[in-house]
Design a protein around this ligand. Structure first.
Ligand code: FAD
Length: 255
C-alpha cells in the first residue's frame, strides 16, 4: 500500500492472492521449515512449534514493524518487496534458504542468495508467484543471535545482524553463518566475518576483531536515514553484540 501511495508502483491491475488455498501453511519436518507465501508475521510469532524449530527466524520476525502490520504482512510479500533492511530476506540469505516460485514456464526453486538482486528488486519474473520459502533444518546445538537497531521500535532497521554457529569438541566455532541487513542494496552474507571466526574460540578478543572486520567489509550508501559511516560503525557494534550474545548462550549465561 505505501508503494501505491508513493506512486512507486502504478499497476493497471491488482490481483488478490489472499484466498489461494494452501499458501498459508507452516510445515516443519526433518528437512527444515517451509513457510507458505501467505503466512503472516503473526502466524510465525504464534506458531506453537516454530520457536523451537527455528529460534533465529522467530527472534528476527519479532522486530518486524508494528502489531497491525505483523497482522497483515506476509512472507511472500516481504520476499517479493525485497527491502534491503527487511528481516526475513536477511534470515533467508543467512540460513541458505530456498524460495519456490511458479509461473507460466512452471515451478522453480531459487537460492535466497541469488534471489535478491538490488533494492526492491528480485529475480522473479513479472508473471511469477512465490509459493514458499524453505529454511534448512535447524540444529538444536547451534548458538545464535539476532541484533538490530532502528530509531523507533517497529521502524525498518538501520542495520541488523543474524549469526549462528556450532562449536566443535574443543570449543571452536564451526560452520559460522553471518548475515546483515540495511547496509547494502540487498541482504548480504558477511563472508569475511565468517572466515575470521571459523575455528576460533568465541571470546571478547574475537568480538572486538569481529566489529572491525564487519565495519570494514561493507560499503553502505548515505541516505535520508543515516550517513554511510554511521551505518558501517553500527554494523560493527551489532556484529560484536551478536557474537557476544551467542557466546554467552554457549556459556549458559543467557536466559
Ligand atoms: C509502516 C510499515 C513498516 C514496516 N516495517 C517493516 C519492518 O520493520 N521489517 C520488515 O521486514 N517489513 C516491514 N514492513 C513491510 C511489511 O512487513 C510487509 O512485508 C510489506 O508491507 C508487504 O506486505 P504484504 O505481505 O501485504 O505484501 P503486498 O503489499 O501485498 O505486496 C508487496 C509486493 O510483493 C508482491 N507480492 C506479494 N505476494 C507475492 C507472492 N506470493 N509472489 C510474488 N509477488 C508477491 C506484490 O505484488 C507487491 O509488489 C513495513 C511496512 C509498513 C507499511
Amino acid at each position: 500500500m505505501p508503494m501505491l501511495a508513493f506512486r512507486v508502483a502504478t499497476p493497471k491491475l491488482l490481483v488478490d492472492i489472499g484466498r489461494i488455498p494452501g499458501l498459508n501453511r507452516i510445515e516443519i519436518d526433518a528437512t527444515g521449515v517451509r513457510l507458505g507465501a501467505l503466512v503472516r508475521w503473526c502466524d510465525v510469532e504464534r506458531h506453537p512449534a516454530l520457536a523451537k524449530a527455528h529460534p533465529l527466524l522467530v527472534a528476527a520476525i519479532r522486530h518486524v514493524a508494528h502489531y497491525q502490520i505483523r497482522n497483515r504482512g506476509t512472507i511472500g510479500g516481504s520476499l517479493a518487496h525485497a527491502d534491503p533492511a527487511a528481516e526475513l530476506p536477511g534470515i533467508a540469505v543467512t540460513c541458505d534458504a530456498e524460495i519456490t516460485a511458479i509461473g507460466r514456464k512452471g515451478r522453480r526453486t531459487i537460492a535466497a542468495t541469488d534471489f535478491f538482486t538490488g533494492t526492491l528488486t528480485t529475480t522473479l519474473d513479472y508473471d511469477e508467484l512465490i509459493l514458499e520459502v524453505r529454511l534448512p533444518a535447524w540444529r538444536v546445538s547451534r548458538y545464535w543471535a539476532f541484533e538490530e537497531f532502528a530509531r523507533r521500535r517497529g521502524d525498518f532497521a538501520l542495520a541488523g545482524v543474524a549469526l549462528f554457529y556450532d562449536l566443535d569438541p574443543t570449543g571452536r566455532i564451526c560452520e559460522p553463518h553471518v548475515g546483515a541487513i540495511g547496509v547494502a542494496d540487498r541482504p548480504i552474507r558477511l563472508a569475511e566475518v565468517e572466515r575470521l571466526i571459523a575455528g576460533r574460540v568465541p571470546d571478547e578478543r574475537l568480538a572486538h576483531e569481529v566489529a572491525a572486520c564487519a565495519a570494514e567489509t561493507v560499503d553502505p550508501q548515505d541516505d535520508i536515514h543515516a550517513p554511510a559511516a554511521y551505518r558501517r560503525a553500527l554494523l560493527g557494534v551489532l556484529t560484536r553484540r551478536a557474537l557476544v550474545s551467542a557466546a554467552d548462550w554457549s556459556r549458559g549465561v543467557q536466559a
